[in-house]
Design a protein around this ligand. Structure first.
Ligand code: HXC
Length: 257
């Protein structure tokens, strides 16, 4: 499959998607979103892939939706074409996705990182929702996911003023899982992704589904949902293998069906 705005490679059981519009700081245009969705379809369908890493460049994860493409959009066109709905594909990916963020993650770039399951940040990362300065507002989940991640006070301030957060503040606020030196970002992301990809696949996918359910439902419903998935995992060969290996004091050999 050929891509112009992405680099897509597989490394063992990990799929690595690198946003690649270097002249535009990886601004997210419709071609990039279409290619990203295609890449996700392929990686999700590949049983040999257990985890996906989404990365940008050293300077920018992504500096937002492509302003040059949006400049002359009209309301009837955005409504007719349901502008931005195609971006949701990433949030519906059923396999775990790690965002490896260095440099700018602004507007749609920050929103895209927040659609991933784990954000690993380089110490150079900057997160923000500056859309208001362009006369618009977050449109790919930013006002919702940022609020859930960092709370109302910071989310409101960032979306109303366009103020950005550096990596240390983002970690304190709970937006990112970990901050690492920029030079180590990809190695750390790959280490984490390899570890997840080596886990029993059904268990990893169900963990993702269950944690995400916490943002969609009540505690009682969420706990009931978790219990059903937990019980379902006893139907897998990997549960027998994982527990058998523990009891027999050997390394498990998972089938990852
Ligand atoms: C289109 C962009 C871009 C963007 C950068 N570029 N961001 N092009 N859309 N979002 C382009 C610039 O036009 C420039 O191209 C090149 O990338 C390098 O950018 P510079 O501005 O020269 O770099 P620098 O001075 O280092 O400033 C970096 C920056 C700034 C602070 C990140 O580029 C910036 O403020 N970008 C816009 C950030 C933003 O507002 N994002 C939100 C977009 S709205 P040329 O050809 O001129 O050299 C959004 C809506 C989401 O994301 C809602 C739904 C998805």
């Amino acid at each position: 499959m050929s891509y112009e705005t992405l680099l897509v490679e597989t490394n063992g059981r990990v799929g690595v998607v690198t946003l690649h519009r270097p002249k535009a700081l990886n601004a997210l245009n419709s071609q990039l979103i279409e290619e990203l969705n295609r890449a996700l379809d392929a990686l999700e369908a590949d049983p040999g892939i257990g985890c996906i890493v989404l990365a940008g460049s050293e300077r920018a994860f992504a500096a937002g939706a492509d302003v040059k493409e949006m400049q002359f959009l009209t309301f009837p066109a955005t409504y007719r074409d349901d502008f931005i709905t195609s971006w949701e594909r990433l949030s519906r990916c059923r396999k775990p996705v790690i965002a490896a963020v260095a440099g700018y993650a602004l507007g749609g770039g920050c929103e895209m990182a927040m659609m991933c399951d784990i954000i690993l940040a380089a110490d150079t990362a900057r997160f923000g929702q500056p859309e208001i300065q362009l006369g618009i507002m977050p449109g790919a989940g930013g006002s919702q996911r940022l609020t859930r991640a960092v709370g109302k006070a910071k989310a409101m301030e960032m979306c109303l003023t366009g103020r950005t957060m550096d990596a240390a503040e983002a970690e304190r606020a709970g937006l990112v899982a970990r901050v690492v030196p920029a030079a180590d970002l990809m190695a750390e992301a790959m280490k984490t992704a390899d570890r997840i990809a080596d886990m029993p696949l059904a268990a990893a996918m169900m963990v993702k589904e269950s944690v995400n359910r916490a943002f969609e439902t009540t505690l009682a419903e969420g706990i009931r949902f978790e219990r059903r998935l937990f019980q379902a995992l006893f139907a897998t060969a990997d549960q027998k293998e994982g527990m058998g290996a523990f009891v027999e004091k050997r390394q498990p050999g998972f089938a990852r069906e």
